[in-house]
Design a protein around this ligand. Structure first.
Ligand SMILES: [Zn+2]
Length: 270
């Protein structure tokens, strides 16, 4: 009888210990998860309220740092209104995890297919920037004007979804096949203009994707202004043979983090 009681005590202690460890692991996982979601909420608001990249229609996502086969994206509401409760986790086929969510963005395939094709990409932004639509429509190519936009020297291709079944009345990336075609056209580049529609911008981190979006629009405006001034425009092209920066924004990670911390504070203290 005593032996039986001892076994029961040992089993109870073991079960409690296991439960405690499990609870700790879940708490830690939840915390890291929460930080990623909080940053995504901040990115939505920064892009909408601080730097004017996202209008009422655009969206931003981040890859799950714990699982490269998943990403986070808000339900289909305007970026400037997004809260943590709005964030949905998707697999790379852009199917919601756990339960079927009919309230996601129609164009979430932009995000899933770019993550699938580009393991180096940790964040994706889809915007309808007038600056990018203008360059997509013009025969004047977008060229690098400012050192913080030097990724433009790698090229910013223009994608026309009409070649893949889109029409002038519907240019949306509404399925896996169109998302895949866009990701293939993006290749190894940082950003791609979507003709008659907008742009998709990537980054090796959420902070860098936001900075890339900021500098891409700034570069376009500066180029347009320089052309309007008349005379000869000088572009900031790389020296022949110069290596492009790898996996960090040209302005440097420290500068990007400085801007990111500032922008984040602006939207979290309001
Ligand atoms: Zn769109």
């Amino acid at each position: 009888m005593k032996t039986r009681n001892l076994v029961i005590v040992i089993m109870t202690v073991a079960a409690l210990g296991t439960a405690l460890v499990l609870k700790t692991v879940l708490a830690q996982t939840g915390d890291s998860n929460r930080a990623t979601v909080d940053d995504l909420v901040a990115a939505n608001r920064v892009l909408a309220h601080e730097i004017g990249v996202l209008d009422a229609y655009g969206h931003v996502s981040v890859r799950d740092p714990r699982n490269p086969n998943r990403y986070y994206l808000s339900r289909a509401i305007s970026a400037g209104m997004v809260t943590a409760a709005d964030i949905i986790e998707y697999d790379l086929d852009s199917q919601s995890i756990g339960n079927n969510r009919p309230d996601g963005y129609l164009e979430r395939f932009i995000h899933g297919e770019i993550y699938k094709a580009r393991p180096d990409v940790m964040a994706v932004i889809h915007a309808h920037s007038p600056e990018m639509i203008a360059f997509g429509a013009s025969s004047v190519p977008l060229r690098n004007m400012i050192h913080t936009g030097s990724f433009i020297n790698d090229g910013v291709p223009v994608f026309d979804v009409r070649k893949f079944g889109g029409t002038a009345d519907d240019m949306l990336i509404r399925n896996l096949a169109l998302g895949k075609a866009l990701a293939q056209a993006l290749g190894r580049k940082t950003a791609i203009i979507m003709f008659g529609h907008g742009v998709a911008i990537t980054g090796p981190s959420l902070a860098t994707a936001v900075s890339n979006a900021y500098f891409l629009n700034m570069n376009a405006r500066v180029q347009e202004q320089a052309i309007r001034l008349g005379g000869t425009v000088s572009y900031l092209e790389r020296e022949p043979g110069a290596e492009p920066p790898t996996n960090v924004a040209p302005a440097g990670a420290a500068a990007n983090n400085r801007a990111w911390e500032y922008w984040k504070r602006q939207v979290t203290t309001k």
